[in-house]
Write a protein that binds this ligand. Structure first.
Ligand code: BGC
Length: 762
């Protein structure tokens, strides 16, 4: 059905238009019956439906309908599987149609700047490339059912502490390279119907009234076509919001801010055309849902529960294994830890799902007749040593073939609304793990947490299986993985540092409450650990399997590349072990041009491949100029310096076993304006100025531009060595040459500056 939205808007009163730009209540938009505009509902998200039938709150406190809690994004991103996440999105889309929800409030794609951020469990990765690809897959899945998504929280919302007012202060380059690309990729590839702005300020301006963010970048640069909505209560100045490109206010302000909009239009402070534009964007999305209802959609909770289990089996990460896993069928195993009975499977806050059912590992083991017994060992909800339980656990562990400890973070430690204070497991758990591992060499740790923890016992554990917050099927998924019914294939979407003090933002997290300085810049996650050569517990991309894989025969389609070209890289992946498994081939690009301030390597491709024992498949990746580029602030654009780049592929960021090289040539020229402070080095490097300076500088110029004869003459004359001379000249600003040359030189230099700037304008 074709709607003439503009005509509809022309029939609306000013008050109706202002009203359309805010919610009726917590979850519903307004209706205008006389114009056939019906009210639609939005609901959280992201890993299940938090539909509140009555009343509302955005804190995960009040009741919501029974729904299926899928693994949180910390887990799903570890699958490195875009098809899987797309499938999950499709299931959620159908659930939304069945429950009459027009927009699902997710995905949440903020970068994990610090492991302490309370909401990391909902976020995807420390790496923007991975987060962007997974977000796009999720959005396409949900939206395939004509249900909208709301990609959030746009942008630079990387902590919970004072999230509603604090300013995230960061450089343009850091913003462009780390905190924006996940949003960018998803907008360009999947066009989410809505984008939710964050509560915080960015360099002093609230996201909800940030023209640069909501209009210049989001719409003009990336081509976003949907509506921008506030995070719940993120409005500061409503009029400024509309002017900046913020369309919908949620949950609304009981009409207070609507009245401000009306007043501003009446007194000429707000162009009514901008209000019309916001209404048009909102109605477009409303009708894209209303006009595409799917009566065939069903919310089959049992079926979707099975899907939640399957998804989690593809996400869990086998971090360590000395061969104890998979457990043997006949082995006598003791399960320790309350999470075996009451798993921790989701985080607190607005994403909290009223789970339709929960399977625990204990229940699954019993159902399957596994040879296990169980001791609680420690409580799930607090840090308290229970001497009796601990003694029982140690005793039982001594007499078993293997002990499996179900460890994790209590609910209260990890939630929306506040950050963690440290990176530790509760002491009672660490102590028990040490004690049990001391008497039982086959001690396996199964983790339930939404963000990395310190693992002081890592060397004593025979295996570590990271389940993350794995959704309501986490127990059955753990069972299948522990006993080898499914081969683990998840890989870390974030680094596991050894200590909190090692983390990149340690000195600047969470700031003083007013501002937080992203002083580590682009060096977030592995970009930082790599560059500083800081040992980590488990590297980004790490993940083991019950089989092994090899990577060979890396072929690049060309050995040279220029701007706007693409190249193809292929590699052979082989299953070299005895069981079927899934490899995650990861491709990283390294700038070897000698350019200052670039990470050692960056993820630019990944692919999950199913391989039978002995099977070999060729995996293919496409790379574009952007994949070699950094954001150059002077150019205000992406820029790949000319020179050599390495392309390396393997199973983890610290295990890259196949590599090749390519020579890149760019025609892009960086802006240059010559002043007295410009150095000779800069002038000799730039092809536009180099010939002029070489000529004018005579002998000294010969040194810099590499003219053999002049170099020899000068070196001989000065009795100096070439490198030293070069180094000294490189850093010499033009103004300083005057001091050495006297009045004539002064005039010459001035003339030269004029000439060079004229040349640069051509
Ligand atoms: C959260 C959002 C959520 C919204 C609605 C806010 O507090 O930050 O992620 O979608 O509430 O519940």
């Amino acid at each position: 059905m074709e709607r003439n939205i503009k005509e509809l808007i022309s029939k609306m009163t000013l008050e109706e238009k202002a009203g359309m730009c805010s919610g009726e209540d917590f979850w519903n938009l307004k209706s205008i019956e006389r114009l056939g505009i019906s009210s639609v509902m939005v609901a959280d998200g992201p890993h299940g439906l938090r539909k509140q039938a009555e009343g509302g709150d955005h804190l995960g406190i009040g009741e919501s309908i029974k729904a299926v809690c899928f693994p949180a994004a910390c887990a799903t991103t570890s699958s490195f599987d875009t098809e899987l996440v797309n499938e999950m999105g499709k299931v959620l889309g159908e659930e939304c149609q069945a429950e009459d929800v027009s927009v699902l409030l997710g995905p949440a794609v903020n970068i994990k700047r610090s492991p302490l951020c309370g909401r990391n469990f909902e976020y995807m990765s420390e790496d923007p490339y991975l987060a962007g690809k997974m977000a796009a897959a999720y959005i396409k899945g949900v939206q395939s059912w004509d249900v909208g998504t709301s990609m959030k929280h746009f942008a630079a919302n990387n902590q919970e502490y004072n999230r509603m007012s604090c300013s995230s202060d960061l450089s343009e380059r850091t913003f462009r390279e780390i905190y924006l690309p996940a949003f960018e990729t998803a907008v360009k590839e999947a066009q989410p119907k809505t984008v939710m702005c964050s509560y915080n300020k960015i360099n002093g301006t609230y996201s909800s009234e940030n023209t640069y963010l909501l209009t210049d970048i989001l719409r003009d640069e990336w081509g976003f076509e949907g509506y921008a909505v506030t995070d719940w209560g993120a409005v500061a100045d409503r009029v400024k919001g509309i002017q900046a490109g913020l369309d919908l206010e949620m949950p609304g302000s009981g009409g207070y801010n609507d009245a401000k909009l009306v007043e501003a239009v009446k007194n000429g402070d707000l162009d009514e055309g901008l209000l019309d534009q916001a209404v048009e964007r909102i109605l477009k999305v409303v009708f894209s849902y209303v006009d595409h209802r799917h009566p065939e959609a069903v919310f089959d909770r049992d079926k979707d529960h099975e899907k939640a289990i399957h998804i989690e089996t593809e996400c869990a990460v086998l971090l360590a294994n000395n061969g104890v896993l998979p457990l043997k069928k006949e082995a006598k195993v003791i399960y320790i830890g309350e999470y075996a009975e009451n798993p921790r499977y989701q985080g607190g806050g607005s994403s909290h799902i009223n789970a339709s059912k929960i399977t625990s590992a204990l229940e699954s083991a019993k159902k399957k007749g596994r040879n296990i017994s169980y001791v609680k060992g420690f409580p799930a909800d607090k840090d308290a040593i229970d001497e009796k339980e601990q003694a029982k656990a140690i005793e039982a562990a001594k007499n078993a073939d293997a002990a499996v400890i179900f460890a994790g973070l209590p609910d209260v430690i990890e939630s929306e609304g506040y950050d963690r204070k440290n990176m530790r497991l509760p002491d009672c758990q660490n102590k028990l793990i040490e004690a049990v591992a001391g008497v039982q060499q086959n001690t396996v740790i199964v983790l339930h947490n939404g963000s990395p923890i310190e693992t002081p016992w890592a060397d004593k554990a025979a295996a570590v299986l990271e389940m993350y917050l794995g959704g309501q099927g986490v127990g059955e998924a753990a069972d299948r993985l522990l006993y080898g019914e499914v081969n683990p294939s998840g890989h870390l979407a974030e680094t596991f540092p050894i200590r909190l003090e090692d983390t990149p933002s340690y000195l600047n997290f969470p700031g003083d409450g007013k501002t937080v300085d992203y002083a580590e810049g682009i060096y977030v996650g592995y970009r930082y650990y790599d560059k500083k050569n800081i040992p980590v517990r488990w590297a980004f991309g790490h993940g083991l399997s019950y089989t092994s894989f090899s990577y060979s025969n890396l072929v690049i389609s060309a050995d040279k590349m220029e701007d706007n070209e693409t190249i193809t890289v292929t590699v052979d992946v082989e299953n070299t072990g005895n069981v079927t498994g899934k490899a995650v081939a990861q491709l990283y690009v390294s700038d070897k041009t000698g350019t200052y301030g670039r990470p050692i390597k960056e993820l630019k491709g990944f692919s999950k491949v199913l391989l039978n024992p002995g099977e070999k498949k060729t995996v293919s990746f496409e790379l574009s100029s952007r994949d070699f580029s950094y954001y150059n602030e002077e150019l205000k654009d992406w820029y790949a310096p000319s020179g050599i780049y390495e392309i390396a592929i393997g199973s983890a960021s610290d295990d890259l076993t196949a590599a090749g090289k390519i020579t890149y040539t760019t025609q892009k020229l960086l802006p240059l304006h010559v002043t007295g402070a410009t150095t000779l080095g800069e002038l000799f490097k730039d092809p536009r100025t180099s010939p002029i300076v070489t000529k004018m500088m005579g002998q000294a110029g010969g040194i810099m531009s590499g003219g053999e004869e002049e170099q020899e003459q000068t070196v001989a004359a000065l009795g100096s060595d070439k490198e030293m001379m070069e180094a000294m000249m490189t850093g010499m600003p033009l103004k300083s040459l005057i001091s050495f040359g006297g009045p004539e030189m002064g005039a010459q230099i001035e003339e030269m500056i004029k000439l060079l700037n004229e040349q640069l304008k051509l």
